[in-house]
Design a protein around this ligand. Structure first.
Ligand code: CMP
Length: 141
């Protein structure tokens, strides 16, 4: 079925000029960019987005990282988009991600600096898309 997922290109990938390479791979895989915005997240925006991780040992480091430079937020649409994106992204920890995945190729030397975020379920996709985009900003083409 056609699904939508939220993608974030994280600060390390933006700073290292890998926005284009990442979007290229996603488009080549058949995922359609239907909304896109670059944003320098505020502390409040980052904390709200990652609220489910509040209290975990890595939370503060994650929030510091996600607010350190701009990110690119996108809504991607395609057949089984949530699963398809997660396969292209690879395992959360770049060290464990398969060669050729975004996190293996563009992630840093730590699980925090893993280059991209993607929604992990239809429920989180709905929440995460609405967190960054109004319905009117999600395009059809
Ligand atoms: P993301 O998919 O954006 O979701 C939560 C993020 O927390 C994750 O990617 C990593 O960037 C970061 N993180 C840091 N440490 C961990 C950890 N031990 N387990 C899961 N996520 C972690």
């Amino acid at each position: 079925a056609i699904e939508r997922t939220l993608s974030i290109i994280k600060p390390n990938a933006v700073v290292e000029h890998n926005i284009g390479a990442i979007i290229h791979r996603l488009e080549q895989a058949g995922l359609k960019v239907v909304a896109m915005r670059m944003v320098k997240l505020t502390l409040e925006q980052a904390q709200g987005f990652y609220a489910e991780h509040d209290g975990k040992p890595f939370f503060e480091k994650l929030i510091n990282f996600m607010t350190s430079a701009p990110v690119v937020t996108m809504v991607l649409e395609g057949d089984s988009a949530i699963t398809a994106y997660r396969e292209i992204a690879g395992a959360t920890d770049p060290a464990e991600a398969l060669c050729g995945t975004l996190r293996s190729d563009f992630g840093g030397d730590n699980v925090t600096f893993n280059a991209v975020h993607g929604s992990d379920s239809p429920e989180s996709a709905s929440r995460e898309i609405a967190y960054f985009f109004a319905d009117s900003e999600v395009n059809t083409y």
